[in-house]
Design a protein around this ligand. Structure first.
Ligand SMILES: Cc1ncc(COP(=O)(O)O)c(C=O)c1O
Length: 378
């Protein structure tokens, strides 16, 4: 069997049709989209078509989509510039956020620009909405930054409830939707959200490109100053092939969403069942084994303590299985996961995040569970 890839929350393989959509912009249409001559104009129109496609899928207007270098930049832009624009003095987040959010907020708090509050979590890692409301009630001029789907344990946020609370208390709501974009439908006519984020490489698009949805009522400043690209919202020549590839990838993701979801959910369910049948003492971190309240693409498994524990990922790798101990930033190093420590998961039990895509098969899942059982029993 070929190497098995179960690290799709880190990044996904790019679709062939996405590469095909990008190639003409590398091979033929090489103009600078800011040039006013024909070479430039044809590339400009490719970018605007891509913006229209993405906006259409999210049920919003193209003017509300700004292209960025990925999820991290989009998160930074939303947080830094909304705090400045709305004279925000207080931000609420959770200890389970991606570092793109946590480190940005901690930096701003460290500089004395904001007070930072962490919302309480229940024992499964879900946001305590009562506590969130208390924090909102006590603090006017607040930014709430809570992710839709957690990249390590998969927990899903109730976006409707949080959006409603933010509206009730006049708070700005930013949601890091990097793990749900292209996997769940976001209808921006329904959602009460100020900023949403997408990163193409999480939905079978290219790396190094993403976007920020900025609700039209929020006229923030650019994060990157320079030329007048992106309607003055982001200086710098656009990543033209990235943008076009991202729109194609999102289009494909939406067209096949129900079918792919059914397939991937089936794989996750199969893995949960087989792990329970084959490995005594298996547990799942967060609410990862709850199919309704977690991402169908992520399963975070806690294995029984063993002497080989430290070598777990290494042994999986030797067996040609790519998975991860946490987010991509921590895998490959022995820095523990901030998400699992926030949930007080025992570091003595090896934890592995398996994350699936439409390209995985039931045969792969069966093979992986077989290898895992061998590794656990020695
Ligand atoms: C939840 C979440 N937010 C933000 C990011 C950062 O996205 P990017 O790699 O495009 O900068 C990631 C990627 O790992 C993620 O999973």
């Amino acid at each position: 069997m070929n190497r098995i890839y179960l690290d799709n929350a880190a990044t996904t393989p790019i679709d062939r049709a996405v590469i095909d959509a990008m190639l003409p912009l590398m091979e033929t249409n090489f103009g600078n989209p800011s040039s006013i001559h024909g070479h430039g104009r044809e590339v400009r129109s490719a970018i605007e078509r891509a913006r229209k496609t993405i906006a259409g899928l999210l049920n919003t207007s193209p003017a509300e989509i700004t292209f960025t270098s990925g999820g991290t930049e989009a998160d930074n832009m939303a947080i830094v510039r909304s705090i400045e624009k709305f004279e925000i003095t207080h931000a609420i987040t959770s200890r389970l956020e991606h570092h793109a959010v946590l480190h940005t907020l901690e930096y701003l708090a460290g500089k004395g620009k904001i007070k930072l509050s962490f919302v309480a979590l229940d024992e499964k890692g879900h946001i305590d909405l009562t506590h969130l409301e208390e924090l909102l009630r006590d603090n006017p001029k607040t930014l709430v930054s809570l992710m839709h789907g957690n990249n390590e344990i998969g927990n899903l946020l109730n976006m409707d409830k949080v959006g409603q609370l933010c509206e009730d208390y006049g708070a700005i709501f930013h949601s890091d939707t990097v793990q749900t974009m292209g996997h769940y439908r976001h209808d921006l006519q329904q959602l009460k959200v100020d900023f949403l984020v997408g990163a193409a490489h999480k939905f079978h698009g290219p790396k190094g490109v993403g976007f920020l949805y900025i609700n039209a009522k929020n006229k923030i400043q650019p994060l990157i100053h320079g030329g007048s690209q992106e309607r003055n919202m982001r200086g710098g020549t656009e990543n033209v092939y990235g943008v076009v590839g991202m729109a194609k990838a999102l289009e494909i993701a939406y067209a096949g969403m129900d079918e792919h979801r059914k397939h991937v959910e089936g794989l996750k369910e199969r893995m949960i069942t087989k792990l329970r049948q084959n490995i005594e003492g298996i547990e799942f971190n967060g609410d990862s084994d709850n199919l309704e309240k977690s991402l169908y693409t992520v399963l975070n498994v806690s294995f029984p303590r063993s002497d080989e524990g430290d070598m777990f990922l290494f042994n999986l790798d030797i067996n040609k299985i790519s998975a991860s101990g946490g987010s991509a930033c921590t895998s490959g190093t022995d820095i523990g996961s901030h998400v699992l420590s926030a949930l007080n998961v025992s570091p003595e039990r090896p934890s592995v995040r398996f994350s699936f895509s439409k390209y995985n098969t039931t045969e792969e899942i069966d093979f992986v569970v077989e290898k895992l059982s061998e590794l656990v029993t020695g």
